[in-house]
Ligand binder design. Structure first.
Ligand code: PHE
Length: 453
């Protein structure tokens, strides 16, 4: 049973919505198209889908099982199942939560500003004007730092109120509205004259890229990031899950929702993007969606209102993700260290805010943080690469070894069979014991070797 004072989801739907709310966010709508652009289009999409189904879906199921059995934060849950050093996998995840939140909240701040910019028509005109506007905005240090603060303060305010009330209520309203807006935008983008070029880029793979290690590593990292895996967010959410619910069914919903939203974002960005003269997704970087979407809204009647509604939804989707990012280290300080919820949230939000400042400054405001000497990357890109492409997969590797071999797949299956059985149990145990650890280890090994060599 849950320890006294631990929150619990209100219902099965509430849990699925909360987990989907964690998964669906900037990772899908901002991160996925950006990575597809960098990775050269359809080849990336293909590798991404393989990573989602063969590596990440089994790990999602494993994280939920660990959380519900352990009934604690990630480190505490691993410790409860098997005392010893395995809790360090949880501790790595807790650090990843703070690290990811520090750059994530900067981007979420940009989406808040774009609500206002689209509504007032401030961002409009030629592609060059739209690009220059973005460049000028992200280089405005006081504004972007202020918006980052707003994101973190809002997140902190919501989770001080506890798990169930804050997260569940917000996501219930959000998901259907977001899906509806995405479908409308997709219809508009796909019917633009010249949309075929973007569609071909997005769907026709260049097979020579499929074996490029840096693309495979980026796809793996993106899959972990998008599904909120490898850092214990799903362990934490699983720990608030009713003991009678079936885990595999909930996990299937989360994977389908999250992957659909990412794929839809691609169907919006690339057809519309390729209608812009001189468009090159490989060099657009983190500004990609902020360059393409305003052009798309301009082609729609009532585009300002529509655009503003879209950025409101995107901000809300981002907040349901920042909540889960902050909830992981918060639950650790409460469950394993005995802090009060308020102390934990305020301290963590403060530390994250300080860590977010270089990410906010690295988009033109400070030459140093915009292109780190010796690295040649912006601070924000460096953070995203370190946490998404390395820390999350390494966390997932540790977790799959833990569940497959230490806790043991057959023991974990007892937890998974509750509430309606576990379809594909044999397949899952092969994936979690062999495929997940081997695939991640190989990808990380070759990526590091290429980086050093
Ligand atoms: N999955 C979230 C997104 O796609 C980000 C996230 C990563 C949230 C890791 C929690 C943990 O936006």
């Amino acid at each position: 049973m849950a320890a006294p004072g631990r929150g619990m989801w209100g219902s099965r739907v509430g849990f699925i919505l909360a987990a989907a709310g964690s998964a669906v966010g900037l990772g899908n709508i901002w991160g996925f198209p950006t990575q597809v652009g960098r990775g050269g289009g359809a080849a990336f999409v293909l590798v991404y889908l393989v990573c989602v189904f063969l590596v990440c879906a089994p790990i999602l199921i494993a994280e939920l099982a660990v959380g519900r059995r352990g009934r604690k934060d990630p480190a505490g849950s691993l410790e409860a199942i098997r005392p010893g050093n395995w809790k360090l996998v949880g501790v790595l995840g807790i650090c990843a939560g703070v690290g990811i939140l520090s750059f994530y909240s900067v981007i979420a701040g940009w989406t808040i500003a774009y609500i206002y910019f689209t509504l007032t028509g401030a961002v409009a005109g030629s592609p060059e004007a739209i690009g220059q506007f973005f460049g000028g905005f992200v280089a405005n240090a006081p504004l972007t730092i202020g918006l980052t603060f707003v994101v973190l303060a809002t997140t902190a305010g919501i989770i001080i109120g506890g798990v169930r009330d804050g997260i569940e209520r917000m996501t219930k309203a959000l998901m259907p509205a977001l899906l509806l807006l995405l479908v409308v935008l997709m219809a508009r983008s796909l019917t633009l004259p010249g949309a075929e070029a973007g569609l071909a880029y997005y769907l026709k793979p260049d097979f020579s890229k499929i074996f490029d290690m840096s693309i495979i590593n980026a796809a793996l990292g993106q899959a972990f990031f998008s599904l909120s895996l490898g850092m214990g967010a799903m362990i934490t959410y699983g720990s608030y899950l009713d003991p009678k619910e079936n885990i595999a069914r909930a996990a299937a919903w989360v994977v389908v929702l999250d992957t659909s939203v990412a794929l839809m974002a691609g169907f919006i960005i690339f057809p519309a993007g390729f209608t812009i003269p001189g468009f090159d997704p490989s060099t657009s970087g983190p500004g990609l969606i902020f360059a393409v979407l305003p052009r798309l809204f301009a082609t729609m009647p009532g585009g300002e209102l529509f655009g503003a509604a879209f950025f409101i939804m995107l901000t809300m989707a981002a907040i349901t993700s920042t909540i889960s990012l902050l909830e992981v280290p918060t639950s650790y300080l409460i469950d394993s260290r005995g802090w009060t919820r308020q102390q934990a949230v305020l301290t963590l939000a403060g530390v994250t805010f300080l860590l977010s400042i270089p990410s906010a400054l690295g988009n033109g405001a400070s030459a140093f943080f915009s292109s780190l000497p010796g690295v040649g990357m912006a601070f924000l890109d460096l953070m995203a690469t370190v946490w998404n492409n390395f820390a999350l997969p390494i966390g997932g590797l540790g977790l799959s070894v833990f569940v497959g071999w230490v806790w043991r797949a057959d023991e974990a299956l007892k937890e998974l069979e509750i509430g309606g059985g576990m379809p594909g149990a044999a397949l899952w145990s092969v994936l979690i014991r062999f495929v997940c650890p081997a695939a991640i280890a190989i990808i990380i090994f070759f990526t590091v070797r290429d980086l050093l060599g």
